[in-house]
Design a binder for this molecule. Structure first.
Ligand SMILES: Cc1ncc(COP(=O)(O)O)c(C=O)c1O
Length: 439
């Protein structure tokens, strides 16, 4: 055995408490552990956990299912059309490892960072948004999920309505419900949210927040049309409301996309927009670094909530983010990712047209990592999802993306989480098998 293997084995045994190491003396067998105590009785917790909340206007329900679906690993042999992050083959693993090791050696890397985040990293996120956004308006957050949680808790009190696109990201609906908010759906089409309905929804509910993904929306892939962008900002401003802009896949643009629209936050002098961005989708789900950007007094509220909840984002990870985005391999990685995502999207759309023409594909996105398909009337979404899993492909049903009754059945198919393009063709073939079973 190599010395590395021996030292790894020793480290594992030490962590398991089976071995103790004494520097200079060697490794010794640890004293036997005491037998485990008999399991206690935790049944009292069912009462305790149900007793509170009676006075809440909207009960706070913490339902993780919408989030765990895109984080779950399917059983071995099952093709993953359900994942929400790029497969390790698409992650910049070498560049991240190098960045992390350089970061760990930076002076002060293990000290406390400034609470708002490292100034250079805040500067970088501000530059990414553009317009007149400055580093002083940026707070470093632990990824998009955490930033969205802070934003929703800061902007709406428990019981308040929050306007959301319909359909939208289930993880955001889960955040809203966990905060005791009432998501109110506003229909969107392939040009994004419909402004007239947005205005109606503000009037009808008195909401002070609208959560919007203007770029490559999850799940539809839609981009908010140029003429709708100023409309959305104007309508929110007139309603005295904030727009939470979830800019989650700006870096997952496909090779054949035209120039990208700027974030709404870049054209917002009055602080209507609270902008959320994250590095995870273009790197790895574990690279939990993102930013929350806002202008005006709301920044202080966001800052306070974030500090109370989490103190700050781990400094070595912030340093690693700076190392990564400043390295020559970063633009190379983004270019390679962009080419690969386009090839995968094309393989999936071609496969679906050939093998499953029954499924409507209303919009082919030029960014992001998934397709959104409408099922013909009468097809049972969850039946098809179960049949697909039996046939060896994990897909995501559309229901959790709707905060109220959906207009039709849908599926979301992700093409980023599989290992290679070949798996896409095979996955679509398996979906056909499932389709034939349920039809
Ligand atoms: C629309 C949207 N926003 C935010 C997130 C949160 O991602 P993260 O916390 O990894 O940045 C996700 C994850 O799937 C998402 O789909």
């Amino acid at each position: 055995m190599s010395p590395v293997t021996v030292s790894r084995a020793l480290a594992q045994l030490t962590a398991e408490g089976l071995v103790v190491t004494r520097p200079g003396a060697g490794a010794f067998r640890a004293r036997p552990r005491l037998p485990l105590a008999a399991a206690g009785d935790t049944s009292w917790q069912e009462v305790a956990l149900s007793a509170d909340g009676a006075a809440d206007v909207v009960p706070r329900t913490v339902d993780a299912s919408g989030v765990t679906v895109c984080l779950a690993t399917p059983p071995p042999g099952v093709i993953e059309f359900s994942g929400g992050y790029p497969h390790p083959a698409l992650q910049p693993e070498k560049a991240m490892a190098a960045a992390l090791s350089r970061a760990g050696r930076r002076p002060g890397a293990w000290g406390r960072p400034p609470l708002d985040g490292l100034p250079e990293l805040r500067e970088w996120f501000a530059r990414q948004i553009g317009g007149t956004v400055t580093a002083a308006e940026v707070l470093i957050a632990a990824g998009g999920q955490s930033a969205l949680t802070t934003a929703l808790r800061a902007l709406a009190p428990p019981g308040a309505p929050v306007l959301v696109e319909s359909p939208t990201y289930p993880g955001m609906l889960a955040i809203a419900r966990a905060a005791g908010l009432r998501p109110v759906p506003v229909p969107a089409d392939s040009d994004g949210v419909k402004p007239a309905l947005l205005a109606d929804a503000f009037r009808a509910t008195g909401a002070r927040v609208f959560v919007c993904q203007p770029l490559f929306q999850n799940p539809t892939g839609a981009v908010l049309a140029p003429e709708r962008r100023p409309e959305v900002l104007r309508i929110a401003r007139e309603a005295g409301a904030f727009v939470v802009e979830d800019d989650f896949v700006r870096r997952l643009v496909h090779e054949d996309a035209g120039p990208l629209p700027r974030p709404l936050a870049a054209d917002d002098p009055d602080g209507v927009v609270v902008h959320v961005s994250s590095l995870t989708k273009a790197t790895s789900p574990s690279f939990r670094v993102g930013a929350l950007t806002a202008r005006g007094p709301v920044l202080e509220r966001l800052r306070a909530i974030q500090v109370v909840d989490t103190f700050f984002v781990s400094r070595p990870l912030q340093e690693a983010a700076l190392e990564l985005v400043g390295s020559p391999s970063w633009p190379r990685h983004l270019r390679a990712l962009s080419a690969e995502l386009r090839a995968r999207r094309d393989a999936m759309t071609a496969g679906l047209r050939l093998h499953l023409p029954e499924l409507a594909l209303p919009h082919i996105p030029s960014g992001g990592y998934h397709l959104w398909l409408r099922l013909p009337d009468g097809v049972d979404e969850s039946g098809l999802t179960s049949a697909a899993l039996r046939a060896g492909v994990a897909i995501t049903p559309g229901r959790p993306y709707f905060s109220a009754e959906p207009p039709a059945g849908h599926l979301r198919l992700s093409f980023a989480a599989v290992a290679a393009v070949g798996e896409i063709t095979e996955g679509v073939r398996r979906l056909r098998v499932a389709w034939d079973e349920v039809r």
